[in-house]
Design a protein around this ligand. Structure first.
Ligand code: PEP
Ligand code: MG
Length: 758
């Protein structure tokens, strides 16, 4: 803003403040407003159009015929006024009639006026009206005047809201008029259908007060907020929202650049000088940037614009003290959560009854937030570019993760068709539920073990619901993730006991804490407090547990006590070398000896197992196999290490295929290495829950799968249709001479036999 603009705006704002504080009726306030603006800008005409029943209606004017007030109405997108509302854009014309969209309204008597400038009146990112000025003399308005108008339009939006001059329904409808339905495409991270309203994980702030009482105080508030925001950004690399490494670094760099940008701070301060509150000043500057950016058609710039929007919103949240996420405010309706990315703990904070789906700008199949969502049965669409530019808080959304799409602001016909598909999908689910008591057996009569992955108390119910053979992977760290502090031994014991009790005779394989990577705990940091460059390959899982023996000792005691009189299955994550297993087992054995000495009831039996996630372990399986009872292959981590491709890096999300010869050959080698040893082999990564992949695993001779509960029905159905010898021979053939596209070959094989795999 130039100093002239600051002065002009300040002048108008002071006078408007008086008008708004008066006890006049809303309409007469509006009449005064157009007078004040007209006088201050020395403008012959000043008019306000507001949205009513979907039309822009002339509500007040100085200079046009008074008979036209509440008579002249235009559709959004009709004429210059409509165009400003439709595009949320400023117009500045020396000769209005020369514009192709000009629409002449004789009742207003506007034919005398040549120049025209108009700005949208915006509420919640929707145009709810238009403020315009006109002159007889054909001239373009100066930047100073336009900026003053834009500031005044903000004040008007407050006046309009407070005076109830516009219906909430009209505000909401404004959205659909302006941008209509739109389809989003992404990557299906968790399949399923859902409908609900869009809720931003980081909610947009609603600005209550626009005109400042004390400019100096507002200035101080902004300075403090900037300091706090910069501090946050400097700390942000370790936050779940930002994941780790790769493109996140770029985003953070952009954030830093904006956060320290002097031009941005200056413009906000100028807006405060013109009489706005800190919140209004931030929004005012943001609106102006938005308008400018809208005119530039460049996808890279649009991405940066989202970053700036994020940052402005963050600044607004700090300044207004509205810091909580949408989870802390509670969901009021069925909601679809919108975010750039999320951490697993953040997702777990939401009310499961209301959270119906998640749409992310980023995300990858095996990131833990996706694993948690899958366990919660919540569909997730990820990798949706420009998501936050299209979806607004409160928009209606239909999420179809089966087709990897979502529809924003859907028209009625689409809603109907969606509902019909939704009903069909529920029917299919009911069909799978009917398989609950079926013991999964292949066509040739081999009993296959289908277990579920779990981690939370609520997951226990899935065991009965699916009729699974047990819990093949209980991620004990989930309890740690949802706690604000390290869970005490008593709390751990209680959870493990409850889980075992609920499982009855079915086995539960407890995996000791796997913290680190994308599962960070604020209360458990690396000793030197430094962030790691490659946390997935860093200080995590058993590595933490062996170093912080206290952690594993407490967990061992909790598990052993909880398993009193029962069979305990323990497995250790991320074992790379046999000695790590020996050390971990030793921690358990010492605790067992202690309990024995204390004359406590001991577990009836203890079975130790290991997760195969680090390729190096495969080289020493012959050494490890005699020591363990079971081996669970964690294909999520294994794949990232085999391909050297970070599992939570969205850029790599679609790059490598579980059905590649490299992975399948590797798994075959693991299966062969265990032959002749008394070791049960299972797969517990996400791979096993997808039917086509499960088919390949059956072909490799893997007869135990631990999968997400929603996949149990579909996988059971698959098993019943497969002849193991037949698929075994097919897989063997493909691995000996890999076809160019193994996935396609397997799909065709299944189709020929009428085996559904999607
Ligand atoms: C895996 O890595 O495949 C696994 C099952 O463990 P998590 O996904 O919890 O790392
Ligand atoms: Mg793992």
């Amino acid at each position: 803003m130039t100093s002239g603009a600051v002065e002009a705006a300040r002048n108008i704002l002071t006078r408007l403040h008086e008008v708004m504080a008066s006890r006049n009726h809303a309409q007469s306030k509006l009449n005064n407003v157009v007078e004040v603006i007209g006088e201050c800008l020395n403008s012959e005409v000043c008019s306000v159009y507001l949205l009513r029943e979907g039309m822009l209606e002339l509500y007040a004017t100085r200079g046009l015929a008074q008979e036209a007030v509440h008579v002249t109405r235009m559709a959004v997108a009709e004429g210059l006024v409509g165009m400003i509302a439709d595009r949320i854009e400023t117009l500045n014309l020396a000769e209005a009639a020369a514009h192709p969209d000009f629409s002449y309204r004789p009742e207003t008597g506007e034919d005398r006026f040549h120049s025209f400038a108009g700005v949208p009146i915006v509420r919640r990112e929707r145009a709810v009206g238009v403020l315009c000025v006109q002159h007889v003399e054909p001239r373009r308005y100066e930047e100073v005047e336009i900026e003053a108008l834009q500031t005044v339009a903000m004040v008007l939006s407050e006046l309009i809201t407070n005076a109830d001059l516009i219906d909430e329904e009209d505000v909401n409808a404004a959205g659909s008029l302006q941008s209509g339905p739109q389809q989003l495409r992404g990557l299906a991270l968790v399949k399923g259908l859902a409908s609900g309203v869009a809720v931003y994980h980081q909610p947009r702030v609603t600005i209550e007060h626009i005109v400042a009482e004390d400019t100096e105080a507002e200035r101080q508030r902004v300075i403090l907020a900037f300091d706090k925001m910069r501090e946050q950004i400097d700390r942000m690399s370790s936050q779940a929202e930002f994941g780790v490494g790769g493109e996140h670094e770029e985003v953070l760099e952009t954030y830093r650049m904006f956060a320290y940008d002097e031009g941005w701070t200056r413009r906000i301060n100028e807006a405060i000088d013109s009489g706005l509150t800190a919140e209004a000043a931030i929004e005012r500057v943001q609106q102006r940037t938005r308008m400018r950016m809208r005119q530039i058609d460049d996808p890279l710039l649009a991405d940066r614009m989202h970053d700036l929007e994020d940052l402005a919103n963050r600044l607004l949240r700090i300044v207004s003290g509205q810091l909580g996420t949408a989870a802390s405010m509670g969901l009021r309706n069925d909601a679809i959560l919108i975010a750039r990315n999320l951490g697993p703990a953040e997702l777990l904070e939401y009310d499961k009854r209301r959270l119906k789906g998640v749409i992310l700008e980023e995300g990858s199949l095996t990131s833990h937030v996706v694993i948690v969502a899958r366990a919660m049965g919540i569909p997730v669409l990820g990798r949706v570019r420009g998501l936050r530019g299209v979806v607004r808080e409160g928009d209606q959304l239909l999420l179809d993760a089966d087709q990897a799409t979502a529809m924003v602001r859907p028209p009625a016909g689409v809603v109907e068709a969606f509902e019909a598909r939704f009903a069909k999908s529920r029917e299919r689910q009911a069909g799978y539920a009917a398989l609950r008591d079926v013991h999964p057996t292949s066509r040739d009569g081999t009993r296959i073990q289908v277990m579920i992955n779990a981690g939370l108390r609520d997951d226990i119910a899935n065991l009965t619901m699916t009729g699974a053979d047990g819990i093949g992977l209980f991620r004990t760290e989930f309890q740690f993730l949802v706690s604000a502090t390290l869970p005490s031994r008593e709390r751990q014991t209680r959870l493990y006991r409850d889980v075992m009790e609920a499982a009855g005779d079915k086995p539960v394989k407890f995996r000791t804490v796997d913290i680190g990577g994308d599962k960070t705990l604020p209360y458990l940091r690396h000793d030197d407090g430094e962030g790691e460059e490659n946390p997935a390959m860093g200080w995590r899982a058993l590595r933490v547990a062996l170093e912080r023996e206290g952690l594993l000792k407490v967990q061992a005691r909790a598990l052993l006590e909880a398993a009193a009189g029962r069979t305990l299955h323990v497995m250790f994550p991320l074992v790379a070398e046999p000695w790590e297993f020996d050390q971990a087992k030793e921690v358990f054995e010492r605790q067992l000896a202690y309990l024995r000495k204390q004359k406590k009831t001991l577990p009836e039996a203890i079975h130790y197992g290991v997760m195969l996630e680090v390729p190096a372990l495969a080289e020493q399986l012959d050494i490890l196999a005699p020591k363990i009872s079971f081996l669970s292959i964690g294909t999520n981590d294994l794949t990232q290490f085999l391909f050297a491709a970070d599992r939570s890096n969205p850029k790599l999300a679609e790059r490598y295929d579980w059905l590649s010869p490299a992975i399948l050959r590797f798994l075959r080698r693991v299966v062969r290495s265990c032959e002749g040893h008394n070791v049960e082999i299972a797969v517990c990564g996400e791979m096993g829950g997808r039917r086509l992949e499960a088919l390949a695993l059956l072909g490799l001779g893997i007869h135990r799968l631990s999968i997400t509960p929603a996949s149990v029905g579909p996988v059971k159905e698959l098993i019943g249709k497969v002849d193991l010898a037949e698929i075994g021979a097919a897989v063997e053939g493909w691995l000996a001479a890999p076809p160019p596209d193994l996935r396609a070959a397997l799909t065709a094989w299944a189709a020929e036999r009428d085996i559904a795999v999607d």
